[in-house]
Design a protein around this ligand. Structure first.
Ligand code: NAP
Length: 309
């Protein structure tokens, strides 16, 4: 069996080594534009170029080295008709839980404000927030959102969650579909965006929807930047309606040097690191799925192109 490997960032040798360790019987072929390649059974890639698409028509399935699929689905009809399989959690859920819990606790315990006070050598206890009034709204109830929801519940936050299809989760106020979005947003003191970027979610969080959040609410975005209208968010942060934002993802990455977010002290920025692909977990998961496919069994995390995730 041959597996075609590609990463747009060129950091491919560690993947070759990992596959050699986990699937020693398999030959890996690194795809390089313009070079001839032996036919492969599967492709494992991240952020492909248009030139690679042709090659994908000949594989049994395409595996992604991440959980998001927007960078591949943007090719639309140019994509060959083979199953696309993304990573399902593979160690990313725990990282998301760490990141989101840290940000929510920072707002709830006012650590960011204490940091400012300490810098000014000020000893000044601030009134504590009432947890019962500090509801966290999680957008998305997928593989990465569920550990986040569990962790927030563990800390005793009232949790509400919104998904496309109706769900029931113990102790969580569940909302679904466009018709329940406004009600979901109205009750949130912190909004956590964990949605995939699709035609339905692009710029979903614009001025009108963000204005439905409680006065002084905070936003945490760990999924895709283009789901938030950045111009509208900045205006709402400057007006004080949104008290703070913790952003790991942006409409354009890397965030350009002159972007006004850099200058806004109420916006915290990290460089798309909230959940990194853990190579050993990823390769083990892909190997197990290839084995299942070879035995004619179904696998999880097959992307639905019509839904866009
Ligand atoms: P997932 O398992 O596919 O879950 C997606 C969730 O979003 C589902 O609950 C789905 O609802 C909901 N959803 C999708 N479209 C919706 C809509 N139009 N309205 C309401 N709900 C909608 O995805 P995941 O594995 O949790 O990953 C989520 C995203 O995280 C990825 O797509 C990726 O963009 C991002 N990500 C970011 C990083 C990072 O480092 N920043 C790392 C990994 C992933 P249903 O349950 O009803 O289908």
């Amino acid at each position: 069996m041959r597996i075609l490997l590609f990463r747009a960032d060129g950091v491919i040798q560690p993947w070759v080594d990992e596959f050699a360790a986990v699937m020693p019987q398999v030959e890996t072929v690194v795809w390089r534009e313009g070079e001839p390649h032996a036919p492969c059974d599967y492709a494992v890639l991240w952020a492909p170029t248009p030139a690679l698409l042709e090659q994908l028509a000949h594989v049994k399935a395409v595996f992604l080295m991440g959980a998001g699929v927007d960078a591949l689905l943007r090719f639309g009809g140019a994509l060959p008709d083979v199953p696309i399989i993304r990573l399902g959690d593979a160690g990313m859920g725990m990282q998301m839980a760490e990141y989101v819990a840290h940000a929510v606790l920072r707002y709830f315990r006012r650590f960011d404000e204490y940091e400012q006070l300490a810098r000014r050598n000020e000893w000044k206890p601030l009134p504590a927030f009432d947890k019962r009034e500090f509801a966290v709204g999680v957008m998305g109830m997928g593989k990465l959102a569920l550990p986040v929801i569990d962790t927030l519940r563990h800390f005793g936050f009232p949790v509400r969650a919104w998904s496309r299809s109706h769900k029931q989760l113990d102790g969580v106020a569940c909302f679904a579909g466009a018709q329940q979005l406004d009600d979901f947003l109205r009750g949130a003191r912190v909004l956590v965006c964990m949605l995939p970027l699709t035609a339905d979610t692009a710029r979903l969080l614009d001025r009108q929807r963000l204005s439905l959040l409680a006065q002084g609410a905070c936003l945490i975005n760990v999924s895709r930047g283009a789901i938030v209208d950045e111009h509208d968010l900045l205006a709402l942060v400057r007006s004080g309606h949104v008290a703070g934002a913790t952003l790991d993802v942006f409409a354009g990455e890397p965030l350009p040097a002159g972007h006004p977010f850099w200058q806004e002290p109420r916006i915290s920025i990290t460089p798309h690191i909230s959940a990194l692909t853990l190579r050993p977990e990823a390769v083990r998961q892909i190997a197990a799925k290839i084995e299942a496919l070879e035995q004619g069994q179904p696998v999880d995390d097959v992307v639905d192109r019509n839904r866009g995730y």
